[in-house]
Ligand binder design. Structure first.
Ligand code: GDP
Length: 212
């Protein structure tokens, strides 16, 4: 690791070791907070490990709720990192419920699309992909929306501990190939595990570097 990378990782570790607090839940755009800090959004299919990853990122056990009731989580949840906030984490509602009613899917699309298209403060999105499965059909909606809205994003593999390192390398390389074909995607893939802590320091550094 270069000295610059080590410094970036240490700066990010310090930031996330400081105060992190829940700010608000926005069920629609009129409830968004004033954009006083840069925002980094987290998206992913339900059960991908998003809550676990957010909790690992901030080193707390119960910041993001691990509730997965279809239709209940159609909100953007904002968390302040630092006091006053240096940045905000935005937990976007999970997608891809097998039994989600059509109007819930529609509501998800409106909320997410409005936010992605209209938010200057949004600096980057992180799209979580289960390392066991790679990018699936269910993920293409959000990737297309991010590309169309020209929001820069990065793909993050979750649950890396669940597969062998050789399989992980293969999925990461396949995912990187897919990312290279998408205009707003960062070409490098992060592999993480909330259980073992793999990739969490790098993820923190990636979040901090995204705000410039
Ligand atoms: P969310 O619906 O995307 O917020 O997903 P959760 O964070 O609630 O995680 C879904 C399930 O996957 C839970 O049973 C977690 O314990 C499990 N999980 C999440 N992250 C990891 C991980 O890194 N490794 C393993 N082995 N399991 C994980």
């Amino acid at each position: 690791m270069s000295e610059g990378q080590e410094e970036a990782i240490e700066a990010a570790r310090k930031l996330f070791a400081g105060p992190v607090s829940f700010l608000l839940s926005a069920p629609s755009l009129k409830f968004l907070p004033d954009a006083i800090a840069p925002e980094i959004a987290f998206a992913g299919r339900s059960n991908v490990g998003k809550s676990s990853l957010l909790n690992a990122l901030v080193g707390r056990n119960a910041l993001a709720r691990t509730s997965n009731t279809p239709g209940r989580t159609q909100e953007l949840n904002f968390f302040d990192v630092g006091t006053p906030p240096v940045l905000r984490l935005v937990d976007m509602p999970g997608y891809g419920f097998a039994k989600a009613p059509k109007d819930v899917v529609k509501q998800w699309r409106f909320l997410v699309n409005d936010y992605l298209r209209g938010r200057q403060a949004l600096k980057r999105a992180l799209v979580l992909i289960d390392a066991r499965h790679g990018i699936k059909e269910v993920d293409t909606d959000i990737l297309d929306m991010l590309d169309a809205a020209a929001v820069s994003y990065r793909l993050v593999l979750t649950k890396a501990d669940k597969i062998k390192p050789t399989e992980l390398a293969e999925v990461a390389s396949r995912t990187a190939d897919a990312a290279r074909k998408r205009p707003a995607a960062h070409p490098e893939i992060l592999s993480t595990s909330s259980d073992t802590g793999q990739g969490i320091a790098e993820l923190r550094a990636a979040v901090l570097s995204a705000i410039g």
